[in-house]
Design a protein around this ligand. Structure first.
Ligand code: NAD
Length: 324
């Protein structure tokens, strides 16, 4: 009889450290680039109920032996119920038998794996002497993004802008906790000051223009994960060396969708970040090149961190288990 681990949101937050999430996401990006891990087609549908979007992201990582899916989506009315509007659960299966191994809460893991993706991009692509971190966005994901980025470079300041300025104090509080001076600025000033920029909004139009970004900047575009969304000027992608988690998602639902459809870049101009991790692509070519990471969010990231949660919870005797 298979034993199934049930791992709650609280246990995930207890056992999955940012360092472990970074290693898991870096490892799975590398495995994807070697052709040892692949994401299966994403299902995403409007339910026609509660204004919700619901779907599945699934895949198999032969290196990490992670097989499974994340199921969930977006329920906009949840805020009024005191719940997170993004809801998800991860299912892990035994790749040898197909038997269910674990049910893992996916909300904390989504935030920490998304933050890990941008921080992996910073680790591999940002200039080593980056000093100013620019944050565009101040919602739920932004504080995870800020915490993870701060581990990658010796930043001495955070500059931030958000379309809803009343959300910025939460981000400022995290910067203060990290010992980083924080300044709310306008977008042009953010571009002029920042050496690394993270965009993490629900925007449907460019928030950052090409001419505002200085040479040598690394920008991680993390908010665009659906057709129609957009956070930066398409001309910025044409001016930058563009990297991504998965090229197929980047061109269809990621930040690159707009530059591709405008004919400003081609699919072949986009490099999987995993090739940089594996050392088969040089990454940043010069200190004044602009590098851009299109972080679309793949199911394999979820499976990688859920695996970490399962193994750590089992090792520490945390979580529940049932026999199926
Ligand atoms: P949130 O609802 O907590 O915050 C939304 C953010 O976007 C806030 O900064 C808000 O001010 C801003 N915003 C809202 N509507 C906007 C609009 N019309 N134009 C410009 N900005 C707008 O959301 P969150 O959980 O912080 O997620 C932020 C974004 O990241 C979402 O779009 C989400 O889908 C995306 N996301 C991406 C990944 C990935 O892997 N790439 C993972 C999780 C979330």
């Amino acid at each position: 009889m298979p034993q199934i681990s049930i791992i709650s949101e609280d246990v995930c937050a207890q056992v999955v450290t940012p360092e472990a999430a970074f290693a898991a996401v870096e490892g799975v990006f590398a495995a994807m680039a070697r052709g040892e891990a692949r994401n299966f087609p994403v299902v995403r549908e409007a339910l026609g109920h509660a204004d919700a979007l619901y779907g599945f992201k699934s895949g198999f990582d032969k290196t990490g032996m992670a097989l499974g899916l994340k199921s969930g989506g977006f329920w906009p009315g949840n805020i009024s119920l005191g719940l997170t509007n993004h809801q998800s659960t991860i299912f892990l299966f035994d790749p040898d038998t197909g038997q269910l191994q674990a049910l893992v809460g996916g909300n904390y893991l989504t935030a920490i794996r998304t933050a890990a993706a941008s921080s992996v991009s910073i680790a591999h692509l940002a200039r080593k002497d980056a000093k100013v971190l620019g944050m565009v966005g101040a919602g739920h994901q932004s504080t995870f993004q800020l915490r993870a980025a701060a581990r990658q470079r010796d930043f001495d300041k955070v500059v931030a802008w958000n379309p809803h300025p009343d959300m910025l104090p939460k981000l400022a509080a995290v910067a203060a906790e990290l010992g980083l001076p924080f300044e709310a600025v306008d977008r042009e000033s953010l571009g002029a000051q920042a050496d690394v920029i993270i965009t993490i909004t629900s925007a449907f139009e460019p928030l950052m223009l090409r001419d505002w970004i200085k040479p040598g900047t690394h920008i991680a575009c993390m908010g665009t994960d659906t057709k129609g969304k957009q956070e930066v000027d398409s001309h910025l992608l044409a001016a930058a060396a563009v990297f991504t988690d998965e090229v197929a998602q980047s061109v269809s639902l990621g930040e690159a969708q707009h530059a591709i459809s405008a004919g400003l870049i081609q699919e072949g101009d986009i490099t999987p970040l995993g090739t940089v991790i594996n050392g088969t692509h040089q990454g940043r070519a010069s200190s004044d090149q602009i590098t851009l990471f299109d972080g679309t969010g793949v199911g394999l990231q979820d499976l990688a961190v859920a695996h970490v949660a399962m193994r750590a919870a089992q090792a520490q005797g945390l979580g529940a288990s049932v026999t199926l």
